[in-house]
Design a protein around this ligand. Structure first.
Ligand SMILES: [Zn+2]
Ligand SMILES: [Zn+2]
Length: 94
């Protein structure tokens, strides 16, 4: 079951079974906690130049300056591709 995770240091969002550690944007380890709602935070952090990423193996989603180099859910390396905000919203039903 995939959940939403948020980095308490830089505000990156991750949707997956687990969260990336270290965080691909700020580099901190174990900095994610589970959140129930994403809408407001992700709109706020969009002004910082963060982008939308999707793992092409397991469909995990990430919102940050970079996608995780190691996917926390499927463990594939360099599997994240940039996607549009529309695709991100569609997958998450936002
Ligand atoms: Zn972070
Ligand atoms: Zn993956």
């Amino acid at each position: 079951m995939k959940k939403f995770w948020r980095c308490k240091i830089c505000g990156d969002l991750h949707w997956g079974v687990s969260f990336p550690s270290p965080c691909p944007t700020c580099g901190f380890k174990n900095s994610y906690y589970e959140v129930k709602k994403v809408r407001v935070w992700y709109l706020f952090f969009k002004i910082t130049g963060k982008k939308f990423w999707r793992c092409f193996v397991c469909n995990d989603l990430h919102f940050g300056k970079h996608g995780p180099s190691l996917c926390p859910t499927c463990k594939h390396k360099e599997a994240y591709v940039e996607i549009s905000e529309k695709e991100f919203k569609t997958i998450l039903d936002l």
